[in-house]
Design a binder for this molecule. Structure first.
Ligand code: NAD
Length: 424
């Protein structure tokens, strides 16, 4: 059961209550009536499942999993599945609501959903992981499907896990069903362009922000925290457009290269060293001083909660684009706002991945794969339109970009909900 406001008003850090109250605030800004706000806030469907798994030693352990569909007014549910020991129903509910808003902000015909299993996957063998995934997929199978709810990878789940889910549901339904999940390998209905799509979306938002501020990308100094699936491709994408990546951080430390990091050289170095540290000519910087490296644009692309009061007060960049999920704390966001530092929020900046998932699903439904160029062109268009629509509302409402994006998302969900009316 998802926590209700009256049950835990003492628990400020409950992720579900945080998201629910943000959606309510957006609803009040839009002057929606209370019944409509409650319809938008409350998850439509919550499924809790038990997942018995036979271990390699013959013993059976039982895990708990969830799939939550938050809102389906704009289309089938969309959202990842995570395997993590800290997963709980309130976290999954919060993430499902985030997905409703994110899909609406980038204007793709999906509602929000999310799933998860409370398990530490490091304690499972590969065979145990497959058995857990298949039993979880079986348990949530009545709820998912290409026109109901389409899962995708999230923390500790990958294209292999998606393949097992796709296969399990296909076996149950009696025919191959590629459109039931996205983030699949190419050989079974995955899509060109999926890898790197989030980074391309971040790039489009960075260019959009520069343009709106009357600045050319040429020579803009960027610092990127994180060199993984999102941070990795960003160096080339940004340098190709004239920017200079002068700072980079990973789990092992941080570096400063005032002349700019070369994407190919970094890729070669990382291939050998498995860390960014030791890049030729780089000066090492203390990780907690990373965002004080002289720069114009900061891109957190690693962890949540890193831009706190202290980092926000000392950050040298004059704008920020959130590639990571939730990189800025509430206090950090207030300080950045006071300092006049615009922030493209995660819900918009890192939505390239979910747009790519939509494209993969569309191709699976059509049974026709697009060329890479078409995929990229369409992704750029969706992200540009999403950025522009948030920017226009930001100027009309005079709110921070983060609050504006939420209002844009809630407004679109409200419009769909009103048009569809109330059944029965
Ligand atoms: P990843 O695991 O591929 O890479 C994470 C990177 O962060 C690595 O380079 C790691 O070394 C670095 N890192 C970890 N701890 C660090 C620390 N203490 N200081 C500095 N760097 C540290 O993850 P990813 O897929 O690139 O995701 C990064 C962020 O982007 C996450 O917040 C994720 O939720 C968000 N995101 C990812 C996608 C996607 O398509 N992968 C989509 C939307 C949002």
């Amino acid at each position: 059961m998802v926590t209700r406001q009256h049950e835990t008003h003492h628990d400020e850090f409950n992720p579900w209550l945080r998201v629910a109250s943000l959606i309510e605030q957006a609803g009040h800004i839009l002057e929606l009536d209370d019944g409509l706000i409650q319809r938008i806030v409350t998850p439509e469907r919550i499924l809790e499942v038990s997942i018995p798994v036979r271990r390699d030693n013959g013993k059976v352990d039982v895990f708990t999993g969830w799939r939550i569909q938050h809102d389906s007014s704009r289309g089938p549910g969309k959202g990842g599945i995570r395997f993590h020991q800290s997963v709980n129903v309130d976290e999954i509910a919060a993430l499902s609501a985030d997905m409703s808003v994110k899909c609406a902000v980038v204007n793709i015909p999906y509602g929000g959903a999310k799933g998860g299993v409370k398990v530490d996957p490091d304690t499972l063998s590969r065979d145990e992981l497959e058995r857990l995934t298949r039993r979880y997929a079986f348990a949530i199978a009545p709820m998912i499907g290409p026109d109901r709810d389409i899962p995708a990878p999230d923390i500790n789940t990958d294209p292999q896990v998606m393949s097992w889910i796709m296969d399990t549901v296909s076996m149950l339904r009696g025919h191959s069903m590629p459109g039931v999940v996205t983030g699949k390998p190419l050989a079974i209905g995955g899509s060109f362009g999926h890898a790197g799509a989030t980074s391309l979306g971040v790039t489009i938002c960075t260019l959009g922000l520069l343009k709106q501020r009357g600045l050319s990308p040429e020579g803009q100094r960027v610092v990127i925290q994180g060199f993984g699936k999102v941070g990795g491709p960003l160096i080339k994408l940004l340098t190709d457009r004239g920017m200079k990546v002068v700072g980079l951080a990973d789990i092992h430390g941080a570096i400063h290269v005032p002349t700019g990091i070369d994407a190919h050289r970094m890729s070669d170095h990382f291939g050998e060293a498995h860390t960014i540290i030791g890049y030729p000519g780089a000066e090492e910087v203390a990780p907690d001083a990373f965002f004080t490296i002289p720069s114009d644009i900061a891109i957190p692309a690693a962890l949540g909660g890193v831009v706190d009061e202290k980092v926000a007060s000392t950050m040298t960049a004059s704008m920020m684009v959130e590639a990571a999920n939730g990189p800025t704390t509430g206090e950090g966001a207030s300080i950045l706002a006071e300092r006049g530092i615009p922030v493209v929020p995660d819900v918009l900046a890192n939505a390239g991945g979910v747009v790519a998932s939509y494209f993969e699903w569309a191709q699976d439904m059509q049974g026709f794969m697009w060329e890479h160029e078409l995929f990229t062109k369409r992704l750029e268009k969706f992200m540009q339109e999403a950025f522009d629509s948030v920017w226009v509302r930001h100027q009309q409402l005079g709110l921070e970009l983060r609050d504006t994006a939420l209002v844009v998302g809630v407004e679109r969900i409200a419009e769909a909900t009103k048009l569809r009316g109330l059944f029965p």
